[in-house]
Ligand binder design. Structure first.
Ligand code: NAP
Length: 462
C-alpha cells in the first residue's frame, strides 16, 4: 500500500486505519474514510474469513438475488487503492488487539453480531432445535456452519416452526418452503441444494408471541411469500384486528395487516406446502425424547404497554423442527468489552467507551455499534457517523499518529498467518464461478475454508 503521500495528520504519511470486519459496515467505513476524509487515509480491511462481504455473503437469503447483487457495489470500495482487503486474519488469534492498535493510528470495529439469542426454555438442545443463525450459516455456505447438526435437524422434516416474526424468520420460512427449481438459480453450496431438495416440508409455521401490529417483518418481505411456487400462505382471521376496528395508526402496520387479511382468505390446497403465520403464542418448551416432536406454546394477549401477557391456555404444535429466529447479539474481542445485555460495544456516536470514557483511536460501526437492526444501507449512514467522529478526533489531535511500523501484512506472514488479499479473493471468486459452471449455475459458494484457501494457493502457484 502506498505510504508516502503527505498527510495533515502527521505531516509525513497518510492516516492509517484498520477496520475489523469486511461486511457492509466495514466496507462503508472504508469507503467513507478514503472518499470523504480531507487528509489521505489508508485502510486495512481485516476479516477472519478469506472472503469479504460479511452478511451480504453469509446472511442475506440466497434466493434474494437482487439484494445479494449489492456486493457488486460494495466491491468498488475494495478496489480503491487506499483500501487493502486482509482476509483470513482473526484479531485476537493471529494478532492481538494491542498489537494491531500499535500498527495503526485508529481501529474501527465493524465485525457485527454473529451470536444467536437463546429462548432459554426446556428442550432447546434437542436434535431438531436450531438457531436461525445455524440454519442461515449452513444454507449460505459459511465455513463455520455446523453441518452435522443442521443436517441432522433437517432429516425427515415434515413440519417446522419458526419462532419470531422478523425478516430473518420470513427468510427461513421461505427457504424451507421453496422448491428445488426455485433454489437452483441461487449460489447455495451444492450439498445445501441437495439437502433442501431431499426434504418434504408440508407445513412451516411462523410464530409471533405478540400480534400482527407488533411484528417486525416488513411489508415487502411479507408480500413476497405470496410468490412461492408451491406453497400457500395461511393466516387465522381470529389473529387479525376485527374489520370494524379502526385501521392501525402506523402506516407500516396497516400495510402489513392488509397483506395478512388477504392471506386470511386463502385455504390450504392439497399437495402444496402450507406457510402458516400465527400470532399471540409464546414458546414454553420443546417436546421430544431425543429429537423434537412438538412445541408447547402459551396463548397471549398484548397489554397496554405492548407486552405479551400469558393467558394460562396452552397448546402443543406438533413439529419436527423448531428454528428460533429471535435476534442476534454481538460479542467482544479479546481485549474489547461488550455490554452483555445489548450485545454491543459501549460507544458514543461510534467512539468506543472504556470505563465510560472515549478510548482514543477506537471506534465502532454497524451491528456491533447499534445492535442487529436495519437493512444493508442503514450501515452507510452509521459508518459515516463513526468516520466523522474519527476524522474530528484526527483533526483535534486526539488520534496520535504512531511512529513507523512494519507493514501489517508482512508482520502477519512472519508470524505464520496466511492473509488473503484482494487478488487472492479474486481467485476465490473465479473458482466459485467456475464451480457453478460445472452444473450450469452462475456461481456455487465454496463452503470450506480449506477449499477457499486452496483456490488462493492454486492461483498463486503455491
Ligand atoms: P428482529 O426483526 O428483531 O425480529 C426478532 C423477532 O423475534 C421479533 O418478532 C421478536 O418479537 C421475536 N422474539 C424475540 N425474543 C423472543 C422470544 N423469547 N420468544 C418469541 N419471540 C421472540 O430480528 P431479525 O429477524 O433477526 O432481523 C435482524 C435485522 O435484520 C432486522 O433489522 C431485519 O429487518 C434485518 N433483515 C432484513 C432483511 C430484508 O431486508 N429482507 C432480511 C433479514 C433481516 P418481539 O417483537 O415480541 O420481541
Amino acid at each position: 500500500m502506498p505510504d508516502d503521500s503527505p498527510s495533515a495528520a502527521d505531516g509525513g504519511r497518510p492516516l492509517r486505519v484498520a477496520v475489523v470486519g469486511a461486511g457492509p459496515a466495514g466496507i462503508y467505513t472504508a469507503e467513507a474514510l478514503t472518499r470523504r476524509a480531507p487528509v489521505p487515509v489508508t485502510v486495512d480491511l481485516i476479516d477472519r474469513l478469506p472472503t469479504p462481504f460479511g452478511l451480504v455473503r453469509h446472511g442475506i437469503a440466497p434466493d434474494h438475488l437482487k439484494m445479494r447483487a449489492i456486493r457488486e457495489t460494495l466491491h468498488r470500495a475494495l478496489d480503491d487503492p487506499g483500501v487493502r482487503f486482509v482476509g483470513n486474519v482473526e484479531v485476537g488469534t493471529d494478532i492481538t488487539l494491542e498489537d494491531l492498535r500499535a500498527h495503526v493510528d485508529a481501529v474501527v470495529y465493524t465485525y457485527g453480531a454473529a451470536l444467536d439469542r437463546p429462548l432459554s426454555i426446556d428442550g432447546e438442545d434437542l436434535t431438531g432445535s436450531l438457531a436461525a443463525t445455524d440454519l442461515v450459516a449452513w444454507y449460505c455456505g459459511h465455513p463455520d456452519a455446523d453441518r452435522a447438526r443442521v443436517e441432522a435437524a433437517l432429516a425427515g422434516v415434515r413440519r417446522a416452526v419458526v419462532v419470531g416474526v422478523g425478516n430473518v424468520a420470513l427468510d427461513v420460512a421461505r427457504v424451507l418452503a421453496r422448491t428445488p427449481e426455485e433454489l437452483e438459480p441461487t449460489d447455495m453450496p451444492q450439498h445445501v441444494l441437495d439437502g433442501l431438495a431431499a426434504k418434504r416440508v408440508e407445513e412451516v409455521t411462523v410464530l409471533g408471541r405478540r400480534g400482527p401490529a407488533q411484528a417486525s417483518f416488513t411489508t415487502k418481505e411479507l408480500d413476497e411469500l405470496a410468490e412461492l411456487a408451491d406453497a400457500t400462505v395461511l393466516v387465522d382471521p381470529a389473529d387479525l384486528p376485527g374489520e370494524d376496528e379502526p385501521p392501525p395508526a402506523d402506516r407500516l402496520v396497516a400495510r402489513n395487516v392488509d397483506v395478512l387479511r388477504e392471506y386470511a382468505t386463502h385455504t390450504a390446497e392439497p399437495g402444496r406446502t402450507r406457510v402458516r403465520l400465527r400470532f399471540y403464542r409464546r414458546p414454553v418448551r420443546l417436546l421430544g425424547a431425543d429429537r423434537v416432536t412438538g412445541l408447547e406454546v402459551e396463548r397471549t394477549t398484548v397489554d397496554a404497554e405492548g407486552r405479551a401477557v400469558g393467558t394460562g391456555e396452552y397448546e402443543v404444535l406438533p413439529t419436527d423442527l423448531v428454528v428460533r429466529s429471535v435476534g442476534y447479539r454481538g460479542q467482544g474481542l479479546p481485549g474489547l468489552p461488550v455490554d452483555q445485555r445489548s450485545g454491543t460495544v459501549p460507544n458514543e456516536d461510534g467512539r468506543v467507551l472504556r470505563d465510560g470514557a472515549p478510548s482514543a483511536g477506537e471506534y465502532v460501526a454497524g451491528w456491533i455499534k447499534r445492535g442487529p437492526t436495519g437493512v444493508v444501507g442503514t450501515n452507510k449512514h452509521d459508518a459515516r457517523e463513526t468516520v466523522a467522529a474519527l476524522l474530528a478526533d484526527a483533526e483535534a489531535g486526539v488520534i496520535a499518529p504512531h511512529g513507523d511500523r512494519d507493514d501489517l501484512v508482512q508482520t502477519l506472514r512472519a508470524r505464520g498467518a496466511e492473509p488473503v488479499l484482494l487478488e487472492d479473493w479474486r481467485a476465490i471468486d473465479a473458482a466459485e464461478v467456475a464451480l457453478g459452471a460445472t452444473r450450469g449455475r452462475a456461481r456455487t459458494t465454496m463452503h470450506e475454508r480449506e477449499s477457499l484457501l486452496a483456490a488462493v494457493r492454486a492461483a498463486a502457484g503455491r
